[in-house]
Design a protein around this ligand. Structure first.
Ligand code: NAD
Length: 368
């Protein structure tokens, strides 16, 4: 029997457990076709971990994640933990797990699903066909550089942050971007501010040098201000966008608005030996426990996990096709505009699971 992929499931708080359960349901449907493939191990993170263990990231959870091929995360946080000391805030669990697993690259796909093109903040004709993958450096840059702080000098206070990029930090994320472009449309746009910042000048030099090892991938450089404009003006012209921690933080939210459906978007954070997959939305305490949450971002995160960590491209693609097919049929959860009666979280999960299983079966050659 083939060895099972260990998947750490950290459902977290609010709607986290509801949407993660649907992602696991879909993975189990994949197993109906592929045979046993996954071993799920559950761990605590966030507010529920604070309540049960007095830590937002217990040691047991770290051990489960270190032992897994990939981590599937729901969401953390909620008003009941907002007044906790900073080290007991649920979000600390998320920041710590990213650091502990050495996740240095964040992937945020922004794909406009044809049947939802009218939800975009832009005109449908402008965004139709948009399919962008933002590759953001996650462990360096201005969010982590020293010196940092608020200091007093000459009778007034000054706030200081420092943008630092070391060559190896740029190299490892740039390699990922070029490799990912090869799985897509072979185009990388590297985004910096090399006309003003030395850290960006180094970034551009390193990316240009590495680009020579990927002659089949077209490399273009854009200043971040120009990129912000082009994302609105010509969103379909982008494939992979490679950028720094802070620029990626901002541009990935801008790109998400092109799709207009922030509740449908997955993300991946990759390191050398680990990877974590999660929806970009939060724990939505306003709708938690009511079977109303949209599970598609969590399910799409599981599809990314199959593609990038487990190399099960057929299964990943089957799930993504199932999501598109169901939305095209007009099925909607409550937060999406639509004419039909809204579907519940569990019903949406059932439909994706059944459809993905059917699509995957049709991809496999029939046994004689
Ligand atoms: P949120 O994303 O949780 O919710 C924003 C709005 O979108 C709400 O109206 C919510 O009902 C809706 N929404 C979000 N996901 C949805 C889904 N899957 N289906 C249907 N509707 C959905 O953001 P927020 O309200 O700013 O934050 C709530 C809590 O989540 C806070 O404690 C925050 O710190 C935390 N948070 C966690 C993460 C994470 O775990 N990665 C990310 C962002 C926010």
């Amino acid at each position: 029997m083939q060895s099972l992929h260990r998947i750490a499931v950290l459902a977290g708080d609010g709607i986290g457990p509801e949407v993660t359960a649907e992602a696991v349901k879909v993975l189990k449907a994949i197993e109906e076709v592929s045979g046993p493939a996954f071993r799920f191990q559950y761990g605590l993170i966030g507010g529920c971990a604070v309540d049960q263990t007095a830590s937002p990231l217990p040691a047991e959870t770290i051990a489960i994640c270190n032992n897994a091929s990939a981590v599937l995360l729901g969401a953390v946080g909620g008003p009941q933990w907002d007044n906790k000391r900073p080290e007991l805030r649920p979000e600390q669990g998320l920041l710590q797990i990213r650091q502990r697993l050495g996740l240095y690259v964040n992937l945020r796909p922004a794909k406009v699903i044809d049947s939802l093109a009218n939800m975009s903040a832009l005109k449908p004709d402008r965004v139709r066909g948009t399919d962008i993958l933002i590759v953001r450096e996650l462990m360096g840059g201005i969010y982590f550089g020293n010196p940092r702080g608020i200091f007093a000098k000459n009778g007034e206070r000054l706030g200081v942050n420092t943008e630092i990029y070391r060559e190896h930090e740029v190299e490892r994320v740039a390699h990922r971007a070029f490799q990912l472009a090869r799985l897509r449309r072979n185009k990388v746009t590297s985004v910096d501010k090399a006309n003003v910042l030395e850290s960006s000048r180094l970034w551009r030099e390193v990316v240009t040098r590495l680009g020579r090892s990927y002659p089949d991938v077209e490399l273009k450089h854009l200043y971040v201000d120009n990129c912000a404009m082009q994302l609105i003006d010509k969103p379909t012209s982008f494939d992979v966008v490679l950028t720094t921690n802070m620029f990626g933080d901002i541009l990935s939210d801008e790109a998400a608005m092109l799709t207009g459906s922030i509740g449908l978007l997955p993300s991946a954070s990759l390191g050398e030996h680990s990877a974590l997959y999660e929806p970009i939305h939060g724990s939505a305490p306003d709708i938690a426990g009511r079977n109303r949450a949209n599970p598609l971002a969590a399910i799409a995160s599981a599809a990314l996990m199959l593609r990038y960590s487990l190399h099960m491209e057929d299964a990943a693609s089957a799930i993504e096709q199932a999501i598109e097919r169901i939305l095209k049929r007009g099925v909607r959860t409550a937060e999406l505009p639509g004419k039909a009666r809204p579907s519940s979280t569990t019903r949406m999960g059932d439909l994706v699971a059944q459809t993905a299983e059917k699509i995957l079966k049709s991809m496999r050659p029939k046994k004689k």
